[in-house]
Design a protein around this ligand. Sequence first.
Ligand SMILES: Nc1ncnc2c1ncn2[C@@H]1O[C@H](COP(=O)(O)OP(=O)(O)O)[C@@H](O)[C@H]1O
Ligand SMILES: [Mg+2]
Length: 331
Amino acid sequence: MIYFLFLEYLLDEILRIEHLKKYFVKKSVFSSEVSTLRATDDVSFYLEKGEVFVLAGESGSGKSTIAKMILKSIESDSGKIIFEGQEIKNDQKSLEKIRMNCQMIHQDPYDSINPRMKIFDIIVEPLEIHKIGDSSSRKQRVLEVLREVKLEPAEEVIKKYPHMLSGGQRQRVVLARALSINPKVILADEPVSMLDVSIRAEMLELMGELQKKYGISFIYITHDLATARYFGQRIGILYLGKIVEMGKIDDVLLSPKHPYTQALIDAISEPDPENVNKEKKIRINEPNEISIFEGCRFRPRCPYAIDKCKVEPSLESKNGDHAFACYVDIT
Ligand SMILES: Nc1ncnc2c1ncn2[C@@H]1O[C@H](COP(=O)(O)OP(=O)(O)O)[C@@H](O)[C@H]1O
Ligand SMILES: [Mg+2]
């Protein structure tokens, strides 16, 4: 019985990362000092088929580094990436499998599209790289995905250059390019943060529609908890390379258990008119390159820190799948 339950669990899971680690060596500009920057420090999570998992955290918390390691565009120091039950190593077969099935959308469309290429050439490129179809079926596919992302008339759009489109339209081209090879997973790294606020919802809505229509799984990377709640089902909160809280989106955002999650939510909540002068307990805009890595790394900014926090708390769930790494009950 247990065996079957385990098997069923595995079948629902598309991607899993286990104990992923990436440290960068940082040289000081002013001296010969060298320090270690723990961009990703023992990060584990899974992604179910058809779900949106959000990786949230401030700038510099290690979100993009994780995405790059999943796609093998940078090498992890240690840890595993498991796609459809198989570990992705560095052999050609594994790399082809992950790149055929996982596509990335970057924050800045110009990171994924060449401004000197026409829209047709931009979108057809992944089909050519992966040798999918012939020239006629590729053209059909390009037109089809342009219609999927609502860039019409597709026959006209393919002849244009990126600079002839608006920022929102360019990000739709990036989405169309990612969709062209029918990926099972899309890693969307801050896909709307460079867009005007007025068109962010449209883009998220479009990604949501495609996710439901094709059962695509998303890792949605963001520093913005409002869009996270709109788009995601589960969330992991990253702080300086570590997940400090993880669970269903409403559990985490409506009853945060970690002081850092609470601070992030505090930062976006409406000011209380009766307490306009009340100071927020935690300022989240302080520089976050704090080099204390003994014990809980949030300790220097945490108003609840106790002596015990000098020993790093592990990410544990005390209530179903809502896990957090904190000794103090802040609720
Ligand atoms: N190639 C690199 N070399 C050195 N440091 C890096 C490199 N890439 C990222 N970093 C550092 O790692 C940390 C995490 O970066 P990143 O993953 O880009 O964060 P995020 O996407 O959350 O803003 C940052 O402090 C960043 O400066
Ligand atoms: Mg980033």
